[in-house]
Design a protein around this ligand. Sequence first.
Ligand code: NI
Length: 167
Amino acid sequence: MTVLKVRTLPDPVLRQKAKKVANIDGSIQKLIDDMIDTMRAVHGVGLAAPQIGISLRIAVIEIPEKEVITLINPEIVRREGVRVVAEGCLSYPGYYGEIKRSEVVKVKAQNRQGKKVRLKGEELLAQALEHEIDHLNGILYVDHIEGHDRLWEVTPQGNQTLEHPII
Ligand code: NI
Protein backbone atom coordinates (compact mmCIF):
# COMPACT_ATOMS: atom_id res chain seq x y z
CA MET A 1 0.00 0.00 0.00
CA THR A 2 1.40 3.34 -1.05
CA VAL A 3 -0.15 6.60 -0.01
CA LEU A 4 1.18 9.52 -1.98
CA LYS A 5 1.21 13.20 -1.11
CA VAL A 6 -1.80 15.06 -2.50
CA ARG A 7 -0.76 18.23 -4.30
CA THR A 8 -2.60 21.40 -3.38
CA LEU A 9 -2.98 24.81 -5.00
CA PRO A 10 -0.91 26.64 -6.17
CA ASP A 11 1.08 23.58 -7.35
CA PRO A 12 1.42 24.10 -11.12
CA VAL A 13 0.82 20.42 -11.94
CA LEU A 14 -2.83 21.02 -11.02
CA ARG A 15 -3.08 23.61 -13.80
CA GLN A 16 -1.59 21.51 -16.59
CA LYS A 17 -3.64 19.70 -19.20
CA ALA A 18 -2.78 16.08 -18.50
CA LYS A 19 -1.46 13.81 -21.27
CA LYS A 20 -3.28 10.83 -22.71
CA VAL A 21 -2.16 7.39 -21.57
CA ALA A 22 -0.84 5.44 -24.57
CA ASN A 23 0.11 2.11 -22.99
CA ILE A 24 -1.63 0.71 -19.96
CA ASP A 25 1.44 -1.13 -18.70
CA GLY A 26 2.65 -2.30 -15.30
CA SER A 27 3.70 1.17 -14.23
CA ILE A 28 0.18 2.46 -14.94
CA GLN A 29 -1.34 -0.42 -12.95
CA LYS A 30 0.92 0.47 -10.01
CA LEU A 31 -0.04 4.13 -10.35
CA ILE A 32 -3.76 3.23 -10.30
CA ASP A 33 -3.27 1.09 -7.16
CA ASP A 34 -1.40 3.93 -5.47
CA MET A 35 -4.14 6.39 -6.46
CA ILE A 36 -6.82 4.15 -4.95
CA ASP A 37 -4.78 3.74 -1.74
CA THR A 38 -4.26 7.50 -1.55
CA MET A 39 -7.91 8.34 -2.26
CA ARG A 40 -9.02 6.01 0.54
CA ALA A 41 -6.40 7.25 2.98
CA VAL A 42 -7.52 10.85 2.60
CA HIS A 43 -11.24 9.95 2.43
CA GLY A 44 -11.84 11.43 -1.00
CA VAL A 45 -14.65 10.43 -3.32
CA GLY A 46 -12.25 10.61 -6.23
CA LEU A 47 -8.68 11.40 -7.22
CA ALA A 48 -7.07 12.42 -10.49
CA ALA A 49 -3.43 11.62 -11.33
CA PRO A 50 -2.35 15.31 -11.45
CA GLN A 51 -3.32 15.52 -7.77
CA ILE A 52 -0.40 13.24 -6.96
CA GLY A 53 1.89 15.07 -9.35
CA ILE A 54 1.46 12.81 -12.40
CA SER A 55 0.15 14.68 -15.42
CA LEU A 56 -1.67 11.76 -17.06
CA ARG A 57 -5.36 11.32 -17.90
CA ILE A 58 -6.28 8.85 -15.16
CA ALA A 59 -8.89 9.21 -12.44
CA VAL A 60 -10.36 6.96 -9.79
CA ILE A 61 -13.77 7.40 -8.15
CA GLU A 62 -15.27 5.53 -5.23
CA ILE A 63 -18.84 6.31 -4.30
CA PRO A 64 -19.67 4.91 -0.84
CA GLU A 65 -21.06 1.35 -1.03
CA LYS A 66 -20.08 1.05 -4.73
CA GLU A 67 -17.17 -0.49 -6.55
CA VAL A 68 -14.19 1.68 -7.35
CA ILE A 69 -14.18 3.06 -10.90
CA THR A 70 -10.95 3.62 -12.82
CA LEU A 71 -11.08 5.92 -15.82
CA ILE A 72 -8.27 6.20 -18.34
CA ASN A 73 -8.46 8.90 -21.02
CA PRO A 74 -12.05 9.77 -20.04
CA GLU A 75 -14.17 12.13 -22.12
CA ILE A 76 -17.58 13.56 -21.37
CA VAL A 77 -19.88 12.78 -24.29
CA ARG A 78 -23.12 14.18 -22.88
CA ARG A 79 -24.38 16.33 -20.03
CA GLU A 80 -28.02 16.78 -19.05
CA GLY A 81 -29.66 19.17 -16.62
CA VAL A 82 -28.17 21.54 -14.09
CA ARG A 83 -28.23 21.44 -10.31
CA VAL A 84 -26.54 23.44 -7.60
CA VAL A 85 -24.23 21.37 -5.40
CA ALA A 86 -21.70 21.89 -2.66
CA GLU A 87 -18.31 20.35 -3.01
CA GLY A 88 -14.77 20.43 -1.77
CA CYS A 89 -11.49 19.26 -3.27
CA LEU A 90 -8.52 17.44 -1.76
CA SER A 91 -6.28 19.91 -3.59
CA TYR A 92 -7.95 22.92 -1.98
CA PRO A 93 -8.38 21.81 1.62
CA GLY A 94 -10.37 23.70 4.18
CA TYR A 95 -13.06 25.07 1.87
CA TYR A 96 -16.34 24.13 0.31
CA GLY A 97 -18.01 25.89 -2.55
CA GLU A 98 -21.40 25.98 -4.15
CA ILE A 99 -21.38 25.50 -7.91
CA LYS A 100 -23.51 24.25 -10.78
CA ARG A 101 -23.02 20.69 -11.98
CA SER A 102 -24.89 18.53 -14.47
CA GLU A 103 -27.64 16.18 -13.32
CA VAL A 104 -26.56 13.43 -15.69
CA VAL A 105 -23.11 12.92 -17.19
CA LYS A 106 -22.20 10.31 -19.80
CA VAL A 107 -18.53 9.43 -20.21
CA LYS A 108 -16.46 7.25 -22.48
CA ALA A 109 -13.11 6.00 -21.27
CA GLN A 110 -10.90 2.97 -20.99
CA ASN A 111 -10.89 0.81 -17.90
CA ARG A 112 -7.67 -0.47 -16.34
CA GLN A 113 -7.74 -3.52 -18.62
CA GLY A 114 -7.68 -1.14 -21.58
CA LYS A 115 -11.23 -1.98 -22.60
CA LYS A 116 -13.39 0.85 -23.97
CA VAL A 117 -16.24 1.55 -21.59
CA ARG A 118 -19.14 3.98 -21.36
CA LEU A 119 -20.82 4.96 -18.17
CA LYS A 120 -23.64 7.17 -17.07
CA GLY A 121 -23.53 9.00 -13.76
CA GLU A 122 -26.25 10.72 -11.79
CA GLU A 123 -26.12 12.65 -8.52
CA LEU A 124 -22.77 12.21 -6.73
CA LEU A 125 -21.28 10.11 -9.53
CA ALA A 126 -22.16 12.76 -12.13
CA GLN A 127 -20.58 15.39 -9.89
CA ALA A 128 -17.43 13.31 -9.35
CA LEU A 129 -17.08 12.57 -13.07
CA GLU A 130 -17.19 16.28 -13.92
CA HIS A 131 -14.87 17.15 -11.03
CA GLU A 132 -12.21 14.56 -11.95
CA ILE A 133 -12.30 15.23 -15.68
CA ASP A 134 -11.92 18.93 -14.87
CA HIS A 135 -8.76 18.02 -12.92
CA LEU A 136 -7.35 16.38 -16.06
CA ASN A 137 -7.84 19.68 -17.87
CA GLY A 138 -6.24 21.82 -15.16
CA ILE A 139 -9.58 23.06 -13.81
CA LEU A 140 -10.61 23.12 -10.15
CA TYR A 141 -14.10 23.58 -8.77
CA VAL A 142 -13.17 27.03 -7.46
CA ASP A 143 -12.91 28.15 -11.09
CA HIS A 144 -16.68 27.56 -11.40
CA ILE A 145 -17.63 29.62 -8.36
CA GLU A 146 -19.68 32.70 -9.11
CA GLY A 147 -18.78 35.08 -6.28
CA HIS A 148 -16.92 34.85 -2.99
CA ASP A 149 -20.09 34.32 -0.96
CA ARG A 150 -20.31 30.88 -2.59
CA LEU A 151 -17.08 29.69 -0.93
CA TRP A 152 -16.86 28.97 2.76
CA GLU A 153 -14.21 27.76 5.15
CA VAL A 154 -14.52 24.53 7.10
CA THR A 155 -12.36 22.28 9.19
CA PRO A 156 -10.47 20.15 6.66
CA GLN A 157 -12.55 17.05 5.94
CA GLY A 158 -14.48 17.61 9.14
CA ASN A 159 -17.82 18.12 7.48
CA GLN A 160 -17.73 15.61 4.66
CA THR A 161 -21.13 14.14 3.88
CA LEU A 162 -22.75 12.92 0.69
CA GLU A 163 -24.21 16.41 0.32
CA HIS A 164 -20.80 18.03 0.85
CA PRO A 165 -18.33 15.60 -0.71
CA ILE A 166 -14.61 16.12 -0.98
CA ILE A 167 -13.69 15.04 -4.46
NI1 NI B 1 -10.61 17.58 -6.55
